[in-house]
Design a protein around this ligand. Structure first.
Ligand code: CAA
Length: 389
């Protein structure tokens, strides 16, 4: 008998600070309409030095874990491209912070923004053959380009935590998916650098080409067409990117279905507009935004396009389950986004330079203003000091 496997719960965390895109545009001498309309971003998460990919993941995962499922977790798959150590996996720090049982596999996965999707698919395959096991999949990143660079407007950060189980509450994944790899230099971060290098225009073209390729292959594999989808969710480095991808396939839909897909896209980009890029987690924040704000019913099929520069693309799908709204805490997510504090451009620029450096000098961080449950207190003897309040 085939086991129905997929996403049972979704959690999201982003720090309590943000930058208004109007303020950034004015400081950079740009028209704010370029940022709000041309790029499609309203706010950008600002990451204080006391948060990193591990603490953000712990803050996201805490929302979806009970004492019972902590015991059932057999694997932690941590997708990130802004990890904190060249050897030790972020997943090991996380498993410890969350007090998961020791009989857990804890692994970090890297392939740019694709890492969480690799984790999700590996998790689903594992649960199909071990139906009582649960897997915690993380997408956690800080999207960082450079002050005054073209990519600056597409920064952001945060973490998504997903619990993958048999008979999931939110989304049963279809077994088929299509993927595509090419060695492409559109975006990368050489060792020793904290900011990504990117050929921005080229990266958007590669993204669109990869979507076309995997969408076509998926249709050949499954005999499904656009009419089979209630919504498409995209990796959203900036919301206009997702809109460009959607527009590539809209002509395949009837006028009525085009309206449905466009309305679903509006819902799927609402929260991303407030946070910015979170690399590995962006597709999954968009999925969560779609579930929170969209007009969906149980049985709807959702298509997901994942893209990681360098490059890997995948299109997969899943079917929405009757109790999907119980798989996330809608009110808490609304409060998380609403209760953030706006920082000035000067404060953002100062915070940009205050994170622990790559030289490894020991330092205590000022944790006073960070009220998150999990935070980074500093570095001692070259070891990161994680804390839980
Ligand atoms: N009012 C309204 N719109 C305006 C405007 C104004 N006053 N001025 C400009 N615009 C529009 C432009 O027409 C353009 O729209 P279209 O793309 O629809 O033509 C849009 O604003 C952007 O303008 P530019 O192309 O001039 O912007 P830019 O040169 O500053 O660069 C960028 C934009 C390439 C996205 C840059 O921000 C960047 O390099 N970002 C990082 C790379 C990235 O996110 N790539 C995405 C694909 S790779 C990926 O997905 C992996 C990942 O997460 C990084």
């Amino acid at each position: 008998m085939t086991v129905a496997v997929g996403i049972d719960r979704l959690g999201f965390y982003t720090p309590s600070l943000y930058l208004e895109m109007t303020d950034l545009a004015e400081a950079r001498g740009d028209d704010p309409a370029k940022y709000h309309i041309g790029i499609g971003q309203d706010k950008q998460a600002v990451i204080p030095p006391t948060q990193d990919v591990v603490t953000m993941a712990a803050n996201a995962a805490e929302q979806i874990l009970t004492a019972e499922n902590r015991q059932a977790i057999k694997m932690v798959l941590f997708g990130t491209e802004s990890g904190v150590d060249n050897s030790k996996a972020t997943a090991v720090y996380l498993a410890h912070l969350l007090q998961l049982p020791a009989d857990t596999r804890a692994i970090e996965i890297k392939q740019a923004c694709y890492g969480a999707t690799a984790g999700l698919q590996l998790a689903a395959d594992y649960v199909r053959s071990h139906p009582t096991a649960q897997v915690l999949v993380i997408g956690s990143d800080i999207a960082r380009y450079g002050l005054r660079s073209a990519g600056e407007v597409t920064q952001g950060g945060g973490a998504v935590a997903m619990l993958v189980t048999a008979d999931p509450q939110i989304l049963v994944l279809d077994a088929e998916s299509s993927y595509h790899t090419e060695d492409v230099m559109d975006f990368w971060r050489p060792l020793g650098r904290t900011e990504a290098l990117v050929d921005g225009k080229y990266s958007t073209n590669v993204y669109l080409d990869f979507f076309k390729t995997v969408w076509r292959t998926y249709q050949q594999q499954t005999d499904r067409a656009i009419a089979d989808f209630a919504a498409l969710a995209f990796h959203i480095p900036f919301t206009k990117m997702g809109l460009k991808a959607l527009r590539q396939v809209l002509p395949e839909a009837t006028p009525e279905q085009q309206e449905t897909l466009q309305a679903a896209f509006e819902a799927s980009q609402r929260d991303n507009r407030q946070v910015g890029n979170l690399y590995t987690g962006s597709l999954y924040l968009s999925l969560l935004s779609l579930l929170r704000h969209g007009d969906l019913v149980a049985g709807d099929r959702i298509g997901c396009f994942s893209y990681g520069s360098g490059a890997e693309g995948e299109f997969y799908s899943g079917v929405l389950q009757p109790n999907y709204r119980q798989g996330f805490d809608d009110a808490a997510l609304t409060a998380l986004l609403a209760n953030r504090r706006a920082v000035s451009v000067a404060e953002y620029e100062a915070l940009y330079t205050q994170r622990l450096d790559l030289q490894g000098a020991d330092r205590q961080l000022a944790v006073g203003t960070d009220s998150a449950a999990y935070y980074l207190a500093g570095r001692q003897h070259q070891q990161r000091q994680y804390r839980h309040r």
